[in-house]
Design a protein. Structure first.
Length: 139
């Protein structure tokens, strides 16, 4: 009957390091997956600007006094992820202050909001969806 030699401390140490690396890699993978899910499953606001428009239009995206000021090109769509855990007085406002002074103010609950801007730089329609899976966007 053949017996293997007893494990040397070096072999034990190698196994221990390998298992620690596997645990660290698994922990890192789960952390990454959690952060990716957090980012992808946050409520979504999408601005759609008509392709028939002639020039970009400036917009303000105000989420609880955290304001983004930028412009959107004709035919473009912009996605904004919003807070998942909102305060009781949370609000969100999208406005076109330099073009038409149109604005949309939103209060929860919403999962996905599509705001359509016409060729005349006016907000033509707003679609609010409260279904959880709607926030996945175009995935």
């Amino acid at each position: 009957m053949r017996t293997d030699p007893p494990a040397t401390p070096a072999r034990v140490r190698v196994r221990s390091v390998a298992s620690r690396l596997k645990i660290a890699a698994g922990t890192f993978g789960l952390l990454w997956l959690t952060l990716a899910a957090q980012a992808r499953l946050s409520p979504l606001v999408v601005l759609h600007y008509s392709a028939d428009a002639k020039a970009p239009v400036g917009y303000f995206f105000n989420e609880d006094n955290d304001i983004v000021k930028d412009a959107i090109a004709p035919g473009a769509s912009l996605e904004f992820r919003t807070s998942r855990w909102r305060r009781p007085d949370y609000y969100l406002q999208v406005s076109l202050p330099l073009a038409s002074r149109d604005a949309v103010e939103l209060k929860p609950p919403f999962s996905r909001v599509d705001i359509y801007i016409g060729a005349d730089a006016r907000i033509t329609r707003t679609v609010i969806d409260t279904r959880f899976w709607a926030r996945l966007g175009n995935a």
